[in-house]
Design a protein around this ligand. Structure first.
Ligand code: BGC
Length: 348
């Protein structure tokens, strides 16, 4: 089901698609490929929207902190927006202090995508297409991107990312949904239980750029190898938590890069019983504990979003990889196809 959601200042129409399958209901915008809401039942069968979002396109354009959006060309930060590729230096858009965040000021999250619905066997979904011109936001190469959102018969939400380029470039696509399994507008996620299959994470400097180290989570607030509530160690006096006002770190997933999506994280809200499992082909997971939600935005549920009211689990390659030869490479060359998959499975 397609409907008009609103218009951008230049008159461009933004549409909303509503899909349902296997007990999961999804609403997606052509602007930024934004997941505006994702509704799943609790253990008593009661539905709630578990994603932060807004009711109008004006709110999204005015100041969305990437709510539900597709992130490109490069998820998370690139130090000073600079990197060297094949001996050539590139300067991409700087939009986060001295650094580049999520592809620059006009990243994929703020662009209108071409959206095409599909049905395939028992799956329903949307194909989202966008071509990013050579030089857009400073990135080399024409990047042709196709993202597939699938709702399966089991109610899983699967994302397949594909991209090609006509010149060597770097790519790191992800999805920036803010999750609250008790329901958007229900308070903090500090009592959610989280498990992440990662023994190491990438510590950062004060600008949230990885130092290059891959540190053990053992004995630190970053240890989620066994289920732990999100809030348990958030107030620990640890320098890394001070830099980012909470957790905002990339986890080095133990499984590494895989050809097929493998399980990496489980999130559970004990009050509603809702659970979400994430499987991915990617080597990293950015766990962001909603630190910069500061009570200045009114969400779709009509309440103000405050610090910790949701969390993000962004499957990706590591931040600032173009400047860290020891990290898995984010380079894409002509003739290669960038392909990653992430699956969200829900239960109660
Ligand atoms: C980043 C945060 C950033 C947030 C934007 C996350 O992916 O890691 O540092 O503030 O996105 O809302």
């Amino acid at each position: 089901m397609k409907s008009l959601f609103g218009k951008l200042a230049d008159g461009t129409e933004v549409h909303s698609w509503a899909l349902e399958n296997g007990g999961t209901r999804l609403k997606v915008l052509s602007w930024g490929g934004v997941v505006r809401s994702l509704e799943i039942p609790d253990r008593a069968g009661r539905y709630a929207n578990v994603c932060l979002g807004f009711d109008t396109i004006e709110d999204y354009v005015a100041g969305s902190p990437y709510f539900g959006a597709l992130i490109g060309r490069y998820g998370n930060r690139i130090a000073e927006g600079r990197f060297t590729l094949d001996g050539e230096s590139h300067q991409v858009d700087v939009n986060d202090g001295a650094n580049s965040l999520h592809g620059g000021a006009q990243g994929f999250d703020k662009r209108v995508w071409d959206v095409e619905p599909f049905t395939e066997g028992t799956d329903v979904g949307l194909y989202l297409y966008r071509t990013s011109a050579d030089g857009e936001m400073g990135y080399p190469g024409t990047l042709r991107t196709k993202v597939t959102y699938t709702l399966t018969r089991q109610g899983d939400w699967r994302i397949d990312y594909e991209a090609t380029t006509d010149r060597a470039t770097v790519v790191n696509l992800t999805s920036h949904v803010y999750w609250n399994l008790a329901g958007e507008s229900s308070g903090t996620v500090h009592d959610h239980e989280l498990e992440i299959a990662a023994s190491r994470y990438t510590p950062v400097d004060s600008g949230l750029i990885p130092t290059g180290e891959m540190a053990d989570v053992a004995g630190t607030p970053f240890d989620f190898r066994r289920p732990k509530t999100v809030g348990e160690d958030l107030r620990a006096a640890h320098q890394q938590l001070l830099y980012s006002k909470g957790i905002d770190h990339n986890y080095v997933l133990d499984k590494g890069i895989t050809g097929e999506p493998e399980h990496v994280a489980t999130l559970k809200d004990p009050s509603s019983g809702r659970t979400m499992k994430i499987a991915t082909t990617e080597p990293g997971l950015q766990f962001y504990s909603g630190n910069f939600l500061d009570g200045t935005l009114v969400g779709s549920g009509g309440t103000v979003y405050r610090q910790g009211d949701a969390l993000c689990l962004e499957t990706q390659h590591y931040p600032d990889s173009p400047n860290h030869p020891s990290f898995p490479s984010t380079v894409l060359r002509p003739g290669q196809i960038y392909r990653t998959t992430t699956v969200h499975s829900f239960g109660a």
